[in-house]
Design a protein around this ligand. Sequence first.
Ligand SMILES: [Zn+2]
Length: 239
Amino acid sequence: MRNNFGIKILVTLICICVAAALPLSLPRLENSDALGDIKTILSSRFESAETDEDDAWQLILVNADNPLPEGFQPELTELSDGHRIDKRVYPHLQKMFDDAREKGIRPAISSSYRTAEQQQAELDQKTEEYIRQGYSREKALEAAKKWAAVPGTSEHQTGLAVDITTADASVQAADVVWKWLEKNSYKYGFIKRYPENKTDITGIGNEPWHFRYVGAKAAKEIKKRGICLEEYLKKIHKK
Ligand SMILES: [Zn+2]
């Protein structure tokens, strides 16, 4: 009993010390999945829009039929965990993570910007998985393309897309994160890019983890109407 009491006092003291030190020493996000230590690491050949006046950059359509322009290179921000995203998207992602954490949700990035080489590796890995399951190479590649795009046609190469899972290693925890994001991400300009009921249009399987930045206006409209990016762009081009 006496020992327990001693431990309790010790723990209390540690808590008080840590709490006192927190406001001074903590970066804005606290764990290893956190975003922080902003470092712009790549420069762009393109002039980046600082304002939302020109929102074409955030509405770029990249899919199997719409490859990225040759030499496309976004200007990136590197996060403390090594992940990279378009520097214009960073503040919105940061805010979304901050607000989620305030609600006790623990999101973590599992994939972000990818080079063409990294995208090829992703596709190769998926193809191998299917081959191991007994698919022929041709059929395996076909199946893999539903989950990993051919280089040049992946949103991950834009720097506008992130795969988000959870800092807690459990399927249930990931589900909590995805549900929160599905409900709230539009407020920060993100959409769930590949919904289950749009796979015939997007060409990509249901991916509850993949979020794409399109800007607050488009995200709100897409969410409200329950449409996908392809449908939204068709609609605004008709105007
Ligand atoms: Zn993704």
